[in-house]
Design a protein around this ligand. Structure first.
Ligand code: ZN
Length: 720
C-alpha cells in the first residue's frame, strides 16, 4: 500500500535556499527584522530547533518577507560582483545565502501543514506568489545565470569533487528549466504564469481543507453507526463535540475510501459516507475546486509550451529517475493488466458474497471494503479489531520503528521533553549515532486534527549541511485517530505501515551527510524519494521486529505466530483494488498533464471519466484513490505528473528489500551498506547509478509483483 506521504514538496519547492527571491521591486519588503522576532537569529535550542514556545503566528510573515529581501540582496551581490566566477564566489555563496528565509519557512511550512489557522493561512496566501517571484528572481537573473553557465562550460578546469560537480549541474539545469535561456518576452510571460500558478495552488489547498472539513458525515441516530466499535463511536462523538454539533461526526480522510466503511453495517450509511467523500469538493459552492483545476491544467500546458515542450509531464520529469512521460506511462501500462485481472476476481467475490447474504442492492464501491473485510476474515480469519490489540502506538514507535532502525543502523533514541512543539500531543527524541555522537532530533505529530492537512508526511525543521555546520531536525506527521480520553492508543495495521513508511523518509533526512544543503538528505527526485520509505515498510513484518513490538496491550502476550502467518498471507489480499485505485490516480495525473497548450479548458468531470475509461480498470467498482477535485498531491503539493512515483518507488523498495533478503536480512552490515550507498547520499549522484551501485543491477519489477501476489509472467526489468 502506498502511504500518502508528501515529502512536503510544497516546502521543498519554496524553501530551499537556492530557490527563492522576488523580482527587483523597489522596497517591496523591508530587509530589517526587529531583533524581538524569534527568527531574527538562529535558534539557540539544540540543533537550532525552532523555539515554538516563543514563535507567535504573527512572527512568520515579517520574517518571511525580511528573509526574501535579505536573500535577494545576497543574490544580487553574487550576481553583480566584478570578480571572475569561481565555484566559491558563486555556487558556495548561493549555498550560504537565504538562511533567515529558510529557517523561517521550514518552521512555517510545518505549522501551516500540521496545525494551521486563519493567520497562518493568510500568511500562506500572501507569501505564496512572493515565493514564486522570489524563485524567478534567482533563476531568471541573467547575470547570475551567466556565472553558472560559465562555470558549467569550464567545469573541466575547476577540479571539482563529485558532490560539487553534481551541485553545479543541478543548479545549471534548474536555471534552464526555470527559463534562464528564454528570450526576455517569454520570461515576462513566464513570471506572470508562475505567480498565477502559485496563487491557484494555494487556493486549491485551502478550499480542499475547508471542503474536507465541511464534507464530514454528520449523524444523529446512533443506529446508523452500527458496526463501529465503541472506540470509533466515542471518537465520532468527540468529533461532534469539537465541532459543537449534536450526535456523531465521521470526519473525512483525504482518500476516496474511508476507514469506517469496512465496519459500518448499514448500506445506506456507507453510501452516504462514500458520496460525501467522492463529492466533497464538488458541491458548487465556495469550496468547489473544479474551476481551479481547469485553470491549473491549462496554465501548466501553456507553461510547458513556452519551453517548446508539448506537455507538462515532459517538462517536469527532466530531473527524475524516469526522465520522461513515455517512460512513466509505459511503466503504468506494464502493471495495469495483472492488477486489473486481480481486481475483476475480487469484484466477483464481493458480488457473490453480498448476494449470499441476501443484499437487496448491487454492491458499489461504497460497499467494497465492508465485504472485502468479511472475505479477509473468512479466508484469513483476521479481524482488524483483534489485530489492533497488538498495535499500541507507543510500542509500535519505540519497540518497532526505532528498534528496526537500531538493528540495521545502530542508532538509538532518547525522548526529551524540553523542546517546544506546535502541539502538546507531539513527542520529541534525540537520535544518537552508533558511535555515541548526536545524529539528529526527531519529532512526531501522530493524531488527526481538523486543522491538519490529510495524509502523512516528513520534512525537516533544520537541514543537514557540513558547510553550515547544521545537523538534521526532522519530523513525521501522521493522521491517526486520536484515542478517546482514557482509551489506549490502538492503531490499525495500515497505521503501523504508515509509521514505518514515514520513518523511512526520516532516516533519509537524518543520515544526510552532505556538504551542500541544496542536495542534502531527502531532497531528491519524486520518483526516488519514496524509495527509502517504501523500503522501510518491509521491516514492519520482519519476524524479529514484529516479535519485538506486536504485543497485546492488555496481556503483554506477543502476537501469536498463527496471526502473523495470516497477516503475511493476507498481504496480497484486495491488492487488485488497492493497486487499481492507485494506478488510476497515477493515470489521471499523467493524463491531466499530457494536455497540449492548444487544448481548451476542460470539463473536469468529463475529462476524468474519459481518462479513467482508458486506464484498463472498472471505475464503477474501483474509483481512483483521489478524484481530480481532491487530488492534493498533483494540484498543490508538487506531485504533478509525479504520482506514478509511488508504484515506481515501490518497485525500487521491493527490489532493494529482495537484495537484503538474499544477503541475510536484518543485519548491521546490510544496514550500514544501505546507509552508506543510498540513505546518506542525498542528491549527490544520478539515481539510477546510485541504485545500481547498491544492488548491482537495474531495478526489476518481479519482487514488486511477487509482493502483491500478482502473476506477473513476462515481466522484466522496468527500471531506467
Ligand atoms: Zn512517502
Amino acid at each position: 500500500m502506498i502511504r500518502n506521504l508528501l515529502l512536503a514538496t510544497a516546502a521543498i519547492a519554496v524553501a530551499s535556499p537556492a530557490v527563492a527571491a522576488p523580482a527587483p521591486r523597489k522596497a517591496a519588503v523591508s530587509a530589517t527584522l526587529p531583533a524581538s522576532n524569534p527568527f531574527a537569529q538562529p535558534s539557540t535550542l539544540p540543533f537550532q530547533a525552532p523555539d515554538f514556545s516563543k514563535i507567535k503566528d504573527s512572527d512568520y510573515l515579517p520574517a518571511l518577507l525580511a528573509g526574501m529581501a535579505q536573500q535577494k540582496a545576497e543574490v544580487m551581490a553574487i550576481a553583480n560582483q566584478a570578480a571572475k566566477p569561481t565555484f566559491g564566489n558563486t555556487v558556495v555563496a548561493m549555498e550560504r545565502s537565504g538562511l533567515l528565509l529558510e529557517r523561517t519557512n521550514l518552521a512555517f511550512q510545518a505549522v501551516n501543514g500540521a496545525n494551521t489557522n486563519d493567520t497562518l493561512q493568510a500568511t500562506d496566501t500572501k507569501t505564496a506568489p512572493l515565493f514564486a517571484a522570489h524563485n524567478d528572481f534567482i533563476y531568471l537573473n541573467a547575470k547570475l545565470f551567466q556565472r553558472f553557465k560559465y562555470l558549467h562550460d569550464h567545469q573541466a578546469e575547476l577540479n571539482l569533487t563529485p558532490e560539487q560537480a553534481r551541485l553545479l549541474d543541478v543548479y545549471y539545469k534548474q536555471f534552464v528549466h526555470a527559463g534562464a535561456e528564454l528570450p526576455a518576452a517569454k520570461q515576462a510571460q513566464l513570471k506572470a504564469m508562475n505567480k498565477q500558478l502559485s496563487t491557484l495552488q494555494s487556493a486549491f489547498n485551502q478550499k480542499l481543507l475547508a471542503a474536507a472539513k465541511a464534507g464530514a458525515l454528520h449523524v444523529d441516530d446512533p443506529a446508523a453507526l452500527a458496526g463501529l466499535s465503541q472506540e470509533q463511536i466515542a471518537a465520532a462523538q468527540t468529533a461532534a463535540k469539537d465541532r459543537k454539533v449534536s450526535g456523531y461526526v465521521l470526519p473525512l480522510q483525504n482518500t476516496t475510501q474511508q476507514p469506517s466503511l469496512s465496519s459500518l453495517t448499514s448500506h445506506d450509511t456507507r453510501q452516504k459516507l462514500f458520496d460525501a467523500s467522492l463529492n466533497r469538493a464538488e458541491h458548487g459552492g465556495a469550496n468547489d475546486t473544479r474551476a481551479i483545476i481547469r485553470q491549473l491544467a491549462k496554465l501548466r500546458a501553456e507553461k510547458a509550451a513556452l519551453f517548446g515542450v508539448s506537455n507538462w509531464a515532459d517538462y517536469t520529469l527532466y530531473d527524475q529517475m524516469a526522465k520522461d512521460r513515455a517512460t512513466a506511462v509505459g511503466f503504468l501500462d506494464k502493471l495495469a493488466p495483472a492488477v486489473a485481472a486481480k481486481q475483476k476476481q475480487e469484484a466477483a467475490d464481493i458480488r457473490a458474497l453480498a448476494k449470499s447474504q441476501g443484499a437487496n442492492f448491487t454492491p458499489t464501491a461504497a460497499d467494497w471494503t465492508y465485504y472485502a473485510e468479511q472475505i479477509r476474515k473468512q479466508r484469513y480469519a483476521i479481524d482488524s479489531d483483534q489485530l489492533k490489540q497488538y498495535f499500541e502506538f507507543n510500542k509500535v514507535l519505540q519497540d518497532g520503528v526505532f528498534y528496526a532502525a537500531n538493528q540495521l543502523y545502530g542508532i538509538t533514541f532518547k525522548e526529551r521533553k524540553d523542546l517546544p512543539t506546535w502541539n502538546s500531543d507531539m513527542r520529541v527524541f534525540d537520535v544518537i549515532d552508533a558511535d555515541g555522537k548526536p545524529l539528529a532530533i526527531f519529532y512526531i505529530d501522530p493524531w488527526k486534527r481538523d486543522n491538519k492537512n490529510g495524509g502523512a508526511w516528513m520534512d525537516n525543521l533544520v537541514k543537514q549541511s557540513a558547510l553550515r555546520g547544521t545537523k538534521p531536525v526532522v519530523y513525521n506527521v501522521e493522521n491517526f485517530t486520536k484515542p478517546a480520553a482514557g482509551q489506549p492508543a490502538l492503531i490499525s495495521w495500515d497505521d503501523v505501515t504508515t509509521m514505518f513508511h514515514e520513518f523511512g523518509h526520516a532516516l533519509h533526512g537524518m543520515f544526510a551527510a552532505q556538504t551542500y544543503p541544496k542536495i542534502s538528505g531527502a531532497d531528491t527526485a519524486r520518483d526516488f524519494v519514496e524509495f527509502p520509505s517504501q523500503f522501510n515498510e518491509n521491516w514492519a513484518l520482519d519476524p524479529k521486529v514484529l516479535g519485538h513490538y506486536a504485543v497485546n496491550y492488555k496481556t503483554g502476550q506477543p502476537i501469536p505466530q498463527e496471526l502473523v502467518q495470516k497477516l503475511l498471507a493476507a498481504r496480497t489480499f484486495n491488492q487488485g483494488y488497492e493497486l487499481g485505485e492507485l494506478l488510476e490516480a497515477a493515470r489521471l495525473d499523467l493524463d491531466w498533464h499530457s494536455l497540449p497548450a492548444s487544448a481548451p479548458l476542460q470539463d473536469v468531470d468529463r475529462f476524468e471519466a474519459d481518462a479513467l475509461a482508458k486506464s484498463g480498470f472498472d471505475v464503477t467498482d474501483v474509483p481512483p484513490r483521489y478524484r481530480s477535485s481532491y487530488f492534493l498531491h498533483i494540484w498543490s503539493n508538487g506531485y504533478s505528473a509525479g504520482y506514478y512515483a509511488y508504484p515506481w518507488t515501490r518497485m525500487l523498495g521491493q527490489d532493494a528489500f529482495a537484495w537484503f533478503q538474499q544477503h541475510g536480512g536484518l543485519t548491521r552490515a546490510n544496514g550500514q551498506r544501505f546507509r552508506e550507498m543510498v540513505l546518506s547520499r542525498g542528491n549527490t549522484m544520478d539515481y539510477a547509478e546510485m541504485y545500481r551501485a547498491f544492488t548491482g543491477h537495474d531495478p526489476s519489477i518481479q519482487p514488486y509483483l511477487d509482493y502483491y501476489g500478482l502473476a506477473g509472467s513476462g515481466a522484466t526489468a522496468a527500471g531506467k
